[in-house]
Design a protein around this ligand. Structure first.
Ligand SMILES: NC(=O)c1ccc[n+]([C@@H]2O[C@H](COP(=O)([O-])OP(=O)(O)OC[C@H]3O[C@@H](n4cnc5c(N)ncnc54)[C@H](O)[C@@H]3O)[C@@H](O)[C@H]2O)c1
Length: 346
């Protein structure tokens, strides 16, 4: 669906909503761009927003507990939704209904029903709504995706994700923190790497005896993808050792050969004798001159370009909802104990 671009020759005006961990990572990215101005910060705890603003040298920045107040007063072109997942729908729809575009942190929403309401709000308002899946911009994942394209039609794709994680407080309140918060990164990466969408899933989500999480922090899932590909996922946020990188470790098998990726460097490839397979090198870092949280600068660059040109960025809501559909279907399978279809997302 088309969205309205900003055609005036001036910096884009941005407001951050949510002043926790990731809000603090987005602020330097907005400030690093001469074509963007940070004009306000919203949090249900306005003192937290004030402190975050001071940390980046903006002690006088307008802050508020009320998104509506800041939308009225600062007339932003877009908000960056850095709130907890349960608040994503309310914050995003409030902005869209006021004609303000939204760059949101993952996951788009908690349920697919919520996400559909949000996508419909973007379409009705004719505003851009995109979700930042920062792993999509990781050079090593881009290289692995290019390498996998060398393998011909895929039959199998696997990923393992094992991290001993003590994250934000909201994770401890979730019944399935791995699936509800983290797994979308891996599922979205599986869609990126394979170019396929999920058709059905069987999933188990559970709590190993040693975990520190009250909820089910570990899961295994088998997805059938378009083209008959099987994507299998195994992961835990309570890894007792032998951690993987945050991008996981991966293996792909196609008609021309196989690729194995450690989640960091270039992939290892091997095919039948006489098959020439290329392992793609990591692309150069587009922002080599500063420390930053992976992928935010790249996503912001695509989002700003989209607002100027009308060219949809990666993570556009109409596409990203298919990654969320993998999460919600996996949760449904874990709840019912049977294989379930993955809705198309629309
Ligand atoms: N891409 C990544 O790698 C990555 C990493 C961390 C977090 N995240 C995502 O970012 C989001 C936030 O995570 P976090 O770790 O920063 O959480 P956090 O708990 O540190 O911060 C969330 C902030 O949102 C505020 N908030 C909650 N509801 C609000 C509302 N309705 N209006 C305004 N403010 C509200 C809270 O007061 C808090 O300050 C989550 O969706 C999470 O999944 C993504």
């Amino acid at each position: 669906m088309a969205f309205t671009t900003v055609d005036e020759d001036r910096p884009l005006r941005a407001v951050i909503v949510g002043a926790g961990f990731i809000g603090g990572q987005w602020a330097p990215e907005l400030l690093a761009r001469p074509d963007v101005r940070l004009v306000g910060w919203v949090d249900i705890d306005p003192e937290r927003a004030r402190a975050r603003a001071a940390e980046v040298g903006l002690a006088g920045l307008p802050v508020s507990a009320s998104l509506s107040e800041v939308l009225d007063g600062e007339t932003p072109d877009f908000i960056v939704n850095c709130t907890v997942p349960e608040a994503h729908r309310e914050v995003t729809v409030t902005a869209l209904e006021r004609g303000v575009s939204v760059l949101s942190e993952k996951p788009m929403a908690v349920t697919l029903e919520e996400a559909r309401v949000m996508v419909a709000a973007a379409d009705k308002a004719e505003r851009l709504f995109a979700v930042s899946q920062n792993r999509r911009h990781l050079g090593a994942l881009v290289a692995f995706t290019r390498t996998v394209a060398e393998l011909g039609p895929l039959g199998m794709l696997t990923s393992e994700f094992f991290i001993p994680h003590h994250g934000a407080d909201f994770l401890s309140g979730m019944a399935h923190p791995l699936l509800q918060d983290m797994a979308i990164h891996l599922f979205d990466a599986a869609r990126m790497v394979s170019g396929a969408d999920a058709v059905s899933v069987y999933c188990e989500s559970f709590r190993p005896p040693w975990t520190w999480y009250p909820g089910a922090c570990s899961a295994t899932a088998i997805f059938e993808m378009t083209g008959g590909l099987r994507y299998t996922f195994a992961g835990s946020w309570s890894a007792p050792g032998l951690s993987t990188p945050w991008t996981g470790t991966w293996r792909a098998a196609g008609t021309r050969g196989a690729a194995r990726w450690d989640g960091e460097g270039p992939a290892t490839v091997e095919g039948p004798a006489g098959t020439a397979l290329r392992s793609w090198p990591l692309p150069p870092d587009p922002f080599p001159d500063r420390q930053r949280f992976t992928g935010l600068a790249e996503h912001l660059a695509e989002f700003v370009d989209a607002l100027r040109t009308g060219r949809p960025p990666q993570g556009d809501c109409h596409d990203n909802i298919r990654s969320l559909a993998m999460v919600t279907a996996a949760l449904e399978s874990a709840r019912t104990g049977v294989r379930v279809p993955v809705p198309e997302g629309r």
